[in-house]
Design a protein around this ligand. Sequence first.
Ligand code: THU
Length: 152
Amino acid sequence: MDDEARRLIAAARDAAERAHAPYSRFAVGAAVLLTDGSVIVGANFENASYGLSLCAETVALATANAAGRLADAVAVGVIGGAMDATGVARGDDPVRPCGRCRQILNEAAQMGGRDLRVHCAGAEGDRVQSYLLSDLLPDAFGPADLGIGPRR
Ligand code: THU
């Protein structure tokens, strides 16, 4: 695991502890690395009306956008796992962004005019798989299709 993945997975794991996931009892954390080296995190945020639930990656990217930094994302760490009876997330299988989150990650990627590195881990955090967003979501539809160019 490289230093970037290690740092982002650690930040994502910390965020996952604040997941609001009483329905699925599956905690996910995400950490977005920005061009200046700062990191913005998110955790999944479920709702009693289940379909309204937000994924960790979406929360992190919306937070980056609210800070005016959507186009500055360069890499993302994602971690997750099912909670045990004490509420601690467990498991070794890497959690990869869901389809909707891949599309939302693509918004940041295209607005920044760069591909994103995506580091995925299971809750224990010791097994990490790293991808390029363009491999997770090839030939993506995005801002460019609507004539919106990178903003950086
Ligand atoms: N979840 C995420 O936060 N990110 C993903 O990429 C996959 C799924 C959340 C949504 C829901 O709160 C829980 O994990 C179980 O699906």
